[in-house]
Write a protein that binds this ligand. Structure first.
Ligand SMILES: *Cc1c(COP(=O)(O)O)cnc(C)c1O
Length: 396
């Protein structure tokens, strides 16, 4: 008699494959400067979060190398043991100055930072309100938390206001939404949380470096001081071109995390050389006005061209420009065709996005030229000739 396997791995994989959602990794040869090499072929890369082209910057690469010379390869311990160095402290202080906040704490990844805050802060007597489109790291921690999780409709402040209870917990939103590219209404989120006596947490992984004066992010762009928000999360893996993450807030919040955030306390600290590199990245990002301006011009060029082709754009003015396709299989085919033409794009399918909303997620970077964007648009023109339904969103 056949017995049910303890963990039905084969059946789960097969079921995913049958609905066209089986995922596999691509082995990348090299990837920076708006280009990517896969299996010996070079593509224009429209899938990277390296929005300013920082990852290939000489000043940042040299800083990382010098950091290794000065500090060695790893940090050797968790931050409360001996893993916290002057290099980490300098990066924290520089980030705090840049954002005008009291204190900053470093994490190895943005995923860990989000787990850390939600787990350390919220207990069963709290509630949490999360935007439905929040990043998996926020939703994941939220689902595990003993605090009641209420999800509000994407950017819907009326819905949030109806769900909020006074003095009960934490409202959590992204600054720029990673799959849609649109922004949270930060002023309204601040007003709602203030008026109801709750805290606000903004994860601006895709906004820091790209938006605001000196790249201070989506809050700055929308006229909100980061010091008015209780918890701000940023990452170094996107516009900063390095890796790791930070949490910004009050001195008391950071002291609390150092004592109670187990994801921080029991994890080997980020290598000091990486902190040195991220500090060089911060200095570079602060002065990268030219790159930010060029990126905005590329966004405008792409949107104008895509609208003219009748592609279904989303309301995004950021470097993240999804083209809605709908069906997962068609999205995969479109991505394959674009790749064959030399443009590396990613089809985003459920469960990453809601079912029926599969899309091609285009990300632009300051490392692209106007010529690169022209060529991508030509690629899409070929797609529309082959699949006219992809170009029927002519409401622009
Ligand atoms: C990328 C991302 C993270 C995760 O950061 P990593 O450093 O890549 O782990 C967290 N939140 C948001 C909104 C992100 O886009």
């Amino acid at each position: 008699m056949p017995v049910e396997p303890l963990f039905p791995l084969g059946a789960e994989l097969l079921a995913r494959d049958e609905i066209g959602l089986l995922r596999a990794r691509q082995q990348v040869g090299s990837s920076f400067g708006g280009r990517i090499v896969l299996e010996g072929r070079e593509y224009i890369n429209f899938s990277s979060n390296d929005y300013l082209g920082a990852s290939g910057q000489e000043s940042i690469k040299e800083a990382w190398q010098q950091g290794i010379t000065d500090w060695g390869c790893g940090s050797g311990a968790s931050p409360l043991v001996t893993g916290y160095t002057k290099a980490h402290a300098e990066l924290e202080e520089s980030l705090a100055d840049w954002l005008g906040v009291e204190a900053v704490l470093l994490f190895s990844t943005g995923f860990a930072a989000n787990q850390a805050v939600i787990k350390a802060l919220l207990s069963s007597r709290h509630q949490q309100w999360q935007d439905k489109l929040n990043h998996a790291s926020l939703q994941e921690a939220g689902a595990m938390s003993p605090a009641r999780l209420r999800r509000f409709k994407h950017n819907d402040m009326t819905h949030l206001a109806a769900l909020l209870c006074p003095q009960s917990g934490l409202v959590i939103s992204e600054g720029v939404f990673s799959m849609d590219g649109d922004q949270a209404p930060c002023q309204e989120l601040l007003a709602l949380t203030r008026d109801s006596g709750n805290w606000l947490m903004i994860d601006d992984a895709h906004g820091f470096g790209v938006h605001g004066t000196q790249g201070r992010g989506t809050l700055d762009l929308q006229g909100v001081a980061p010091s008015d928000i209780q918890i701000v999360i940023g990452t170094f893996g996107k516009a900063f071109g390095t890796a790791g993450a930070f949490m910004a807030g009050s001195r008391q919040l950071i002291d609390y995390m150092v004592n109670f955030a187990r994801d921080y306390v029991y994890s080997t600290h980020m290598p000091p050389s990486q902190a040195v590199a991220s500090l060089a990245a911060l200095r570079w990002v602060q002065q990268a006005d030219e790159q930010r301006k060029h990126l905005q011009a590329l966004v405008q060029q792409f949107r104008n061209g895509a609208a003219a082709l009748g592609l279904r754009l989303m309301p995004s003015m950021t470097a993240i420009q999804p083209i809605l396709i709908g069906d997962s299989h068609v999205a995969m085919e479109v991505a394959t065709r674009l790749r064959e033409s030399g443009y590396w794009v990613t089809a985003i399918r459920p469960p990453t996005v809601p079912s029926g909303l599969a899309r091609i997620r285009i990300t632009l970077t300051a490392a692209h030229s106007h010529e690169d964007v022209c060529r991508l648009l030509e690629g899409f023109a070929g797609i529309v000739r082959q699949w006219p339904e992809v170009g029927c969103g002519c409401d622009a």
